[in-house]
Design a protein around this ligand. Structure first.
Ligand code: ATP
Length: 254
């Protein structure tokens, strides 16, 4: 991690009707770090990610990405920016009627990069190899386990070589061993692709394993930001409750 900021969010606000979800969010993502966003259900984590990728528009506030103020970009500039930010959806969002190969080719072809057949094949093979699933290239998503589907979803995002990765609940619905595999993969992606990442999760084991820093959202703002240990070293009841609930749940499950 270094001191270069790749995404900077200032005083971001959004409300749905009278319901204020984000109420002045400030956050910096540094180059090369994994930043984990924690928060209870409904605190606005997904809303924040959706604003970052342009699926939702904030009521006010600024986002600066790679030195450009997002609100001031033209449509064309925004499209170029979106290619630098890869979004790995919670449900992997694979196309069930396409093979793994076709799923991976899709973003390359759609973004019309004038690649040759050979270049496409190489990119698919490399992305699959980097998530450890070369052998699944001709399989259908329905033939894969939940953990494998997550990996393919991540490979499909990585194939465009984004500078920033956004992971939405990467370990949701996976068993504890598969969760460890996915955590390791997130760390490997950081090393191999030199990405900066925002990881949204409820899973404290994941937060601890991948987070260089953790940011905890409640009452519409990041109330605590720091290393995992720094964030949870507090008497704040809401933070303690979140910590205890998570680890108690995990013990119950194991
Ligand atoms: N398009 C929308 N219109 C109206 N309300 C919305 C919309 N999107 C989100 N919300 C509301 O904003 C709040 C925050 O939602 P969000 O999905 O960001 O929560 P979250 O922190 O990601 O929760 P979870 O961990 O359960 O996924 C919720 O109360 C949700 O109902």
């Amino acid at each position: 991690m270094n001191n270069e900021v790749v995404i900077s969010i200032r005083d971001l606000r959004i409300a749905f009707g009278d319901y204020k979800v984000l109420q002045g969010v400030d956050l910096d993502l540094y180059k090369g770090e994994n930043l984990v966003v924690l928060g209870r259900s409904g605190t606005g984590k997904s809303v924040l990610i959706k604003i970052l990728v342009g699926l939702l528009k904030a009521d006010s506030g600024t986002i600066t990405a790679f030195g450009q103020q997002v609100e001031e970009l033209s449509r064309k500039e925004l499209d170029a920016l979106r290619l630098k930010i890869g979004f790995s959806f919670q449900n992997s969002a694979l196309y069930d009627s396409m093979t793994v190969r076709e799923n991976l080719e899709f973003p390359l072809v759609r973004n019309a990069r004038n690649l040759s057949r050979k270049e496409i094949d190489q990119a698919v093979e490399e992305a699959l190899d980097n998530v450890g699933l070369s052998q699944t290239i001709n399989q259908m998503p329905s033939e894969l386990s939940g953990g494998q589907r997550k990996r393919i979803g991540i490979a499909r995002t990585l194939i465009l070589k984004p500078e920033v990765m956004l992971y939405d609940e990467p370990t949701a619905g996976l068993d504890p061993i598969t969760c460890i595999d996915i955590n390791n993969l997130i760390n490997e992606v950081k090393e191999r692709y030199k990405t900066s990442s925002i990881v949204i999760t409820h899973d404290l084991t994941c937060a601890k394993a991948v987070g260089d820093r953790v940011a905890m959202l409640f009452d519409g703002q990041f109330q605590r930001v720091g290393t995992f240990e720094e964030v949870f070293d507090t008497d704040d009841e809401r933070v303690q409750q979140f910590y205890n609930y998570n680890f108690v749940e995990e013990r119950r499950m194991s």
